[in-house]
Design a protein around this ligand. Structure first.
Ligand code: PAJ
Length: 294
């Protein structure tokens, strides 16, 4: 008889990958009996930002499930959808390394059996009309469609999201309230490259020289955080936008908003909690970032 210590060779964690709902439910039923389920939805092309979500989820839950689904409903720009990086084999290895127990990898017809065009509308108030919503019409409705569907399927105890997509976190929180789900949202800090650039699946599409310019988007937020004082915020917004334009960005917005409800602020009373948010194109690549100010 052999005991465990006799087993030679490296230990290899095996992650279960499922593509359809029946198989997923079978695994989830077993998982649920063992404890809390934490869920990390992604569109793949995984980087350290995603992996930090997995690590936090692993620490806080008995079972970690990730999903990879490049959601056609949330791309308002068809070129962005076509060019969205797909690195599935690498993603699987990365998730296994983090000991993620379950990966849901559905084909489009499993998520949208009747197509995605005519499905439900979620009343998010102003949340999907400002900032990203203004420049990417329909984007947050598309995010809600897929997240609503994924949450109905997985029914996790906790949902892990990145602060990098600050407005998305607020939208999904609102979706959960609207649909009266029991899932708790956990927002994890933005993971950055050493030069401050927020990690993003889209960063691989930047040219070498664009990649050198890109961290300015983070610097401009840091600068605004230092500059801000009670009174009008318009000068800072204009100055920050101009600096980005001079460096070769095409800014969509640089805004301050209330941390509570994301209402845009043109003046500050020196007390209200604010977040600064920026979106700008560098060539064809659209970058977003944000920073909590106080
Ligand atoms: P995706 O861009 O793949 O991001 C998946 C999750 O990783 C999101 O919660 C996002 O905020 C988080 N994330 C991305 N970059 C990060 C970084 N640098 N630091 C920390 N977290 C980061 O966001 C989506 O996919 C989709 O909209 C999705 C929610 C999956 C719905 O389709």
């Amino acid at each position: 008889m052999r005991n465990l210590a006799d087993l030679k060779g490296p230990y290899r964690f095996i992650m279960i990958i499922v593509k359809n709902i029946d198989a997923l439910q079978r695994h989830l039923d077993k998982a649920r009996a063992n404890g809390n389920i934490g869920f990390v939805p992604t569109m793949g092309a995984l980087h350290e930002g995603h992996l930090e979500l997995i690590r936090t989820c692993r620490k806080e839950n008995v079972q970690t499930i990730a999903s990879i689904f490049v959601n056609p409903a949330q791309f308002n720009d068809p070129t962005d959808f076509q060019k969205y990086p797909v690195t599935i084999e690498k993603d699987i290895l990365l998730l296994e390394k983090e000991e993620c127990q379950l990966l849901f990898l559905p084909p489009v017809e499993v998520i949208y059996p009747h197509g995605f065009k005519g499905t439900a509308y979620f009343d998010l108030g102003d949340l999907d009309k400002i900032l990203e919503g203004r420049f990417r019409p329909g984007h947050f409705q598309g995010v809600c469609k897929v997240v609503n569907r994924l949450l109905d399927i997985v029914q996790p105890t906790r949902l892990y999201l990145g602060q990098k997509d600050f407005q998305q976190c607020m939208v999904i929180q609102k979706l959960i309230e609207l649909t009266k789900k029991n899932t708790v949202v956990r927002v994890c800090p933005t993971k950055r490259e050493s030069d401050g650039l927020a990690m993003s699946s889209r960063n691989v599409r930047l040219s070498e020289s664009q990649r050198k310019t890109a961290p300015l988007i983070h610097n401009t937020l840091l600068r605004a955080k230092r500059q801000i004082k009670k009174g009008s915020l318009l000068m800072i917004k204009q100055e920050r936008t101009a600096i980005l334009s001079e460096a070769g960005f095409r800014p969509d917005y640089f805004e301050f908003a209330s941390l509570r409800d994301l209402a845009i602020k043109d003046t500050w009373d020196g007390e209200e909690k604010l977040v600064a948010l920026v979106a700008a194109y560098l060539g064809e690549v659209r970058l977003i970032d944000n920073m909590i100010i106080n």
